[in-house]
Design a protein around this ligand. Structure first.
Ligand code: HC0
Length: 568
């Protein structure tokens, strides 16, 4: 332990504590910009400079460990002048069009400018005008706004292991970009959007599709329906200052009706349907010596990854479309028939925690009955903006229920939103469908939580079945390498692209730290626990859909509408 002094306050801290961490212990907030609580220390923005008293020396608080007798000043004249100077240098190379920026009001650089009262930079705005890359349906990059903090690179290289974003050039031309300054669409980017969720400014962000949705809502000829993904109900509250993990399902439903959607449905319904199809596919492969392990196919960033990086393993993927697309397919067929509308006049929107879902909806395979299955995908962040634009008091709005027939779901559907949830939901059903006996303990806790790769063994008809769950693409890669090396004895694997699963999706409210993700996961399992039905194959609306329309799981119509193929 070391005895140190910060701003004349004495404290004792363990060896290895940084000045930034020590200051936090005595409630002193040193400004930061490149620092992120879940990432490595980068120390490249220099905004956290502090003074070492008596030495006329400045050090970066985020990267400097304390020492015995250290006497640190965080609020001296020198510190304030230097911090403000650093900020002005960053601003000299940053467009000052905050009013038109997607991160206006939610930008770490803008916040610091407010704190330092920077009304106008003393330095001229020197920004060069590289064009905005809006080549992909998921993400846009505005090079001019990048402050070179490197958070996106760490996310892309270390956490996701896809290494699309990297450094280029030196000095004034130094840039963060894909190789050869290509557009994202011309790379193997998986569109997970994890870069956008750690970007402190508006340099990389979700493609905004809200105008498209407003246009459809305002068109009297269009019947506009919407589905909400499992993870959105425990995250959108963050955007309105609610505690992370708070369940706001009924409020989102009410808000969507106020916005003007004609029907409000639940993706959890088609998550249950996915279990019927995927569970049946697994049992079929196990019985008929099909390709094993079978791997889940509902996370679109994961699909992009395996298609781009491990195409020789595509036969391991389940052929099921994701719940988003199953919903879309049914909306243009079964639902259109049921309500007697021409599918050309049905506009289907989904609210997803995910930027890759925008790309998924745009794939040419995702056509049913001659129509695009999902017409527009909004991330949680975009929906929050629409709710604000509509002057809705989200915290005060009274809860409402989903519409029928796609509003009935089970606990199995909602846990899709957390890593391990699809596996747990599948096991709850596969066990009962295979054995014909009731499963008493339905909580498979071995596959829950934030550990990168989780394993479990389940005995079905006296046969031990080994399963695994991975989230975050660098963990997915380890599993794929086991399969490649012939070391894999798993029968079924769940892979989700984003760390934490969809609750940690790249389209979730800004500030989705590890601590926030943990709270969202608790929120998801709490909803499951409160549900009257917790097994997908017991969902009465799903059973009715098979009876009335689809026939049987893996049957002809199910195959046509609910399954897909992949691109090598
Ligand atoms: Fe997910 Fe999904 S669980 S991918 O994370 O399967 O985005 O929440 O909507 O489609 O249901 C995302 C979340 C979904 C889908 C579902 C799956």
């Amino acid at each position: 332990y070391y005895q140190i002094t910060i701003d004349h306050k004495q404290i004792t801290v363990p060896e290895g504590t940084t000045i930034l961490e020590a200051a936090k212990l005595v409630n002193i907030k040193i400004p930061t910009l490149c620092y992120h609580p879940d990432q490595s220390i980068k120390a490249n923005c220099r905004i956290c400079l502090v003074e070492i008293s008596g030495k006329d020396d400045l050090v970066a608080a985020c990267s400097t460990p304390v020492w015995e007798g250290a006497n640190i000043l965080t609020n001296s004249r020198l510190v304030r002048d230097m911090q403000k100077g650093v900020l002005e240098l960053i601003l000299a190379n940053h467009p000052q069009d905050c009013l038109r920026c997607i991160r206006n009001g939610n930008c770490e650089l803008q916040n610091l400018c407010e704190i330092f009262h920077i009304a106008k930079s003393n330095l001229e705005d020197e920004v060069d005008a590289l064009p905005v890359d809006d080549s992909s349906p998921s993400l846009a990059r505005d090079h001019r706004k990048c402050i070179k903090c490197n958070r996106c690179i760490e996310m892309c290289q270390d956490v996701q292991g896809v290494s699309i974003l990297s450094h280029a050039h030196r000095s004034i031309k130094y840039n963060i970009t894909p190789a050869f300054e290509r557009n994202l669409m011309d790379t193997l980017c998986v569109f997970c959007g994890q870069c956008s969720s750690v970007c402190p400014v508006g340099a990389i962000y979700e493609k905004d599709d809200t105008d498209k949705v407003w246009e459809a809502i305002d068109d009297p000829k269009k019947h506009v329906i919407v589905q909400i993904a499992p993870a959105v109900r425990v995250s959108i509250g963050d955007a309105f200052g609610m505690a992370p993990g708070t369940k706001v399902t009924g409020k989102v439903v009410a808000a969507l009706r106020r916005i003007g959607f004609d029907k409000v449905f639940d993706t959890d319904f088609t998550a249950d349907l996915t279990i019927m199809e995927e569970g049946s596919e697994l049992l079929h492969r196990m019985k008929d010596h099909g390709i094993l392990p079978m791997i889940t196919s509902c996370s679109p960033g994961w699909i992009n990854y395996i298609e781009g990086h491990y195409p020789h393993l595509l036969r391991h993927l389940s052929s099921c479309k994701s719940p988003q697309q199953m919903f879309g397919a049914l909306s243009k067929t079964y639902y259109a028939e049921k309500i007697g509308l021409d599918p050309a006049n049905i506009f289907t929107v989904s609210i997803m925690p995910c930027t890759a879902k925008k790309y998924e909806a745009s794939r040419e395979e995702m056509i049913s009955n001659g129509y695009r299955e999902v017409d527009a995908v909004l991330t949680t962040r975009e929906l929050a903006r629409m709710i604000k634009t509509s002057s809705i008091d989200f915290i005060g709005i009274e809860e409402e229920e989903f519409d029928l027939p796609f509003g009935i779901s089970t606990g199995a559907g909602v846990i899709f939103g957390a890593t391990g949830g699809v596996m747990e939901a599948a096991l709850r059903s596969v066990y009962e469908l295979a054995t014909g006996t009731a499963l008493n303990n339905i909580e498979f806790t071995d596959v829950r939580g934030l550990e990168g790769i989780k394993e479990a063994t389940v005995v079905i008809n006296d046969q031990p079945i080994k399963v695994a769950v991975a989230h975050g693409l660098s963990n997915a890669r380890k599993i794929l390498d086991y399969i490649d090396n012939g070391q894999c004895d798993y029968t079924f694997i769940e892979i989700m692209c984003c760390p934490g699963g969809c609750i940690g999706g790249g389209g979730q409210p800004i500030g989705s730290t590890l601590a926030v993700k943990e709270q969202r996961i608790q929120g998801i399992y709490a909803i499951d626990q409160d549900m009257p039905i917790r097994k997908a194959h017991k969902n009465p609306a799903v059973l009715k859909l098979y009876e009335e329309y689809l026939g049987t799981p893996l049957g002809h119509l199910s195959h046509k509408l609910l399954h897909t193929t992949y691109r090598a």
